[in-house]
Each structure stands twice: as C-alpha cells, then as structure tokens.
Ligand binder design. Structure first.
Ligand code: GDP
Length: 360
C-alpha cells in the first residue's frame, strides 16, 4: 500500500493528527497491519464508485484502497548531528513513498513553540535542513566508495555522476525533490543511493479553525512550499471527526465551511502526487479498489492481488466503471458490447472493473 511518512517539529499537532488517523477503526479491522504497528494509521482513499459497484454486484463489503501513514518521530533541529533521537528517523523515512511535513500555523499562547515563535517558513526550513544534511552525510560515505568501484568497473560511472550532481544540489540547501531534475540527477539512481529528499514532499498546514476557509492565507502558505502540494486542516477538528459517525462528521464539517475532511484530502493528494491509480474488482463477497502505478499492464495489475495471478495470467475481462454504471449490470454491459477481453499488453485505465483469468 501507499505509505506516507509524517514528519514535523514537536508541538505542531502531529500526535493529535496521528490519533485521528489511528482511530479509523473500520479500516484497521480490514487492514490488519494497521493494528500491529503502533505508529501506522490508515485512511481509506474515498471513491464514490465503490458504493455503486457494491450495489450492482450485491457485495457484502467494500474495501477502499488504503493509504498508510507512518509517524516518523525524532526530526528536530540538529537531529542529523545526533540531537534528540539522532539519526533513528532515517530508517523509517526510507520506507515511506512520500514525506509529509506537518507545519504549525495555528496561534495558541498555551502551546509552546520549540523555537519560540510560530513561523511556518522557518519550521519548513528546519526540517528540510535536517533531511538535506542527512543526505549529504549519506553521500559523504557513498562517494569515496563509488569512486573506487567505478575505477574497478564494479559500478557504472552514471551512479557516481548522480551522486556528485546530487551533492551539488544539496550543498546549495535545496532538496532533490525541488532541484534534482533540473540539475540532471537521475531520480531512480538517487533513490538507489538511499537519498531521502528525492521523495515527493507534501505539506499539511495545521491551521486555526478560522483559517480553514481563509483563501488568502492558503495562497500565502502554498507559495512557501511550491511546487509541493499543500493541505490545510485543523488537527483538533480531524481528531473530533474521527470520533463521530459519518452523518455527524458531515454536519460538523459543514458547520466550519469545509467539504472534505483533511485526512481524506491528504490521502487523495498523496495518491495523485505519486502517479497512482486504482482498478476495481467486484463480486458478491466484496467490492475492492487496488492500487497500481499509472501505465501498468494487466498482468502487473493482477500481480497486486496475487503473484500467481501475474505469473499465470491468461487474459482480463474488463469494463470501464462508467460503461458498467450506465448499463446497470454485467449482463447489460455485455449485451451492449462494453465488456472486453484484454491480453497481456493491455495498459490499465483508472476505474477499470476487472476479472482476471489465470492458470495456477
Ligand atoms: P506534536 O508534538 O507535534 O505531536 O503535537 P501535539 O499533537 O502533541 O500537539 C501539541 C499541543 O498543541 C497539544 O496541546 C495540542 O492539543 C495542541 N494542538 C494541536 N493541534 C492544534 C490546533 O489545531 N489548534 C490548537 N489551538 N492547538 C492544537
């Protein structure tokens, strides 16, 4: 599943947000990994197509695509030099597909700010600096080793060149996510070197409730983090929403002028940012969304359900959600010629409703 690492300075609302995440008990029951790991929370990727499919197929349950969040503790000023928990955060961040920084933008004199003042810009820089320093340390060890390996023809020169180009970007105080591509840093090779700042960054601004509908404030904050995406929420409100049943939650949201819960928005934006999409399976037992990368073929997509499906792939019976929705049933969709048999070269489209045929 897609995993987003949550970072942030102390006292910005990380734990409050994380509590909201882990209270998502409905999903936790369906995705057992969420209850095993105490620092993992799961949000379902909202998808209105699922309810319609479940209706058409009479499915007993619905399983949306899970988006996992990992709480990455311990990034404080000086962490890369051993402050706080020191470098312990690195291993956790390496496993995440994207890095999401929670930034304090709420004002509350009762909540102490670690650096004495609320400044989203400074906080973003502090965290970026620690991640950049961590990458520079990685390169400091890697580059001499790569130089030897290139001389001995054990490693391609390309890898060393990537490391050196990355070092130049980072030394200017720029993350590879922002500056890597323009400087010719190959993202895949950089990732292979274990560099963290190549990962996509997202920002969650924890705002006062009033700030949730303040468009000019949003613009101001968005400008701080562009080209990264920004999400605006109130962590306390998210925690309250997590405790309510869907109807009461919708009412509370409406009362503060917001249409989409912040955590759902975060899951959606994270998903889009990483070039992911879903395909759907449906039957009497369950309707389910499966996460794949855009451009994947039918056998690759089948492999997400089970590796045997990929290995023994024969063909896929495919109908687009829209066609099935319009037809109202599989029988009608077939009669209208909307159900196709696709082979191993078929590139999946978002919202394909699929049944795989395979040999075991
Ligand atoms: P963490 O250290 O980043 O995990 O921060 P916490 O979630 O523990 O929050 C620190 C303090 O800020 C707690 O007292 C929270 O109740 C408070 N807090 C969190 N979010 C908000 C918010 O949106 N508004 C206000 N006023 N206080 C908040």
């Amino acid at each position: 599943a897609l995993t987003i690492g949550i970072v942030g300075l102390p006292n910005v609302g990380k734990s409050t947000l994380f509590n909201a995440l882990t209270k998502n008990t409905v999903l936790a029951a369906n995705y057992p990994f969420a209850t095993i790991e105490p620092n993992i929370g799961v949000v379902p990727l909202a998808d209105p197509r699922l309810a319609r499919l479940a209706e058409i197929f009479g499915s007993a349950r619905i399983l949306p695509a899970p988006v996992s969040f990992v709480d990455i503790a311990g990034i404080v000023r000086g962490a890369s030099e051993g402050e706080g928990l020191g470098n312990k955060f690195l291993a956790n961040i390496r496993e995440a597909d994207a890095i999401c920084q929670v930034v304090r933008a709420f004002v509350d004199d009762d909540v102490v700010h670690v650096d004495g003042k609320v400044s989203p810009k400074d906080d973003i820089e502090t965290i970026n600096t620690e991640l950049i320093l961590a990458d520079l340390q990685t390169l400091e060890t890697a580059i001499p080793r790569l130089e030897k390996e290139v001389k001995g023809k054990k490693t391609d020169k390309e890898v060393l060149d990537t490391a050196l180009a990355a070092q130049r970007v980072l030394e200017e105080g720029t993350t590879l996510f922002v500056g890597g591509e323009a400087a010719g840093v190959d993202a895949k090779l950089a990732k292979g070197l274990g560099l963290l700042t190549t990962k996509p960054f997202l920002y969650v601004f924890n705002l006062d409730e009033d700030g949730l509908t303040d468009a000019s404030l949003h613009d101001e904050l968005a400008a701080l983090v562009a080209p990264a995406e920004a999400i605006y929420l109130n962590a306390k409100l998210e925690a309250d929403l997590a405790e309510l049943d869907p109807e009461d939650a919708a009412e509370l949201l409406e009362s503060v002028g917001v249409t989409e819960p912040g955590l759902e928005q975060l899951a959606r934006v994270g998903f889009q940012n990483l070039g992911l999409q879903t395909y759907l399976t449906a039957g009497p037992k369950e309707t389910r969304a499966w996460t794949i990368t855009k451009g994947w073929t039918a056998p690759q997509a089948a492999g997400v359900i089970h590796t045997d499906f990929q290995r023994g792939f024969i063909k896929a019976e495919v109908v687009s959600f829209d066609d099935l929705d319009a037809a109202g049933s599989m029988a009608e969709a077939r009669a209208a010629g909307k159900v196709r048999m696709e082979g191993k070269d078929y590139v999946m489209a978002d919202g394909d409703v699929v049944e795989f045929r395979f040999n075991v």
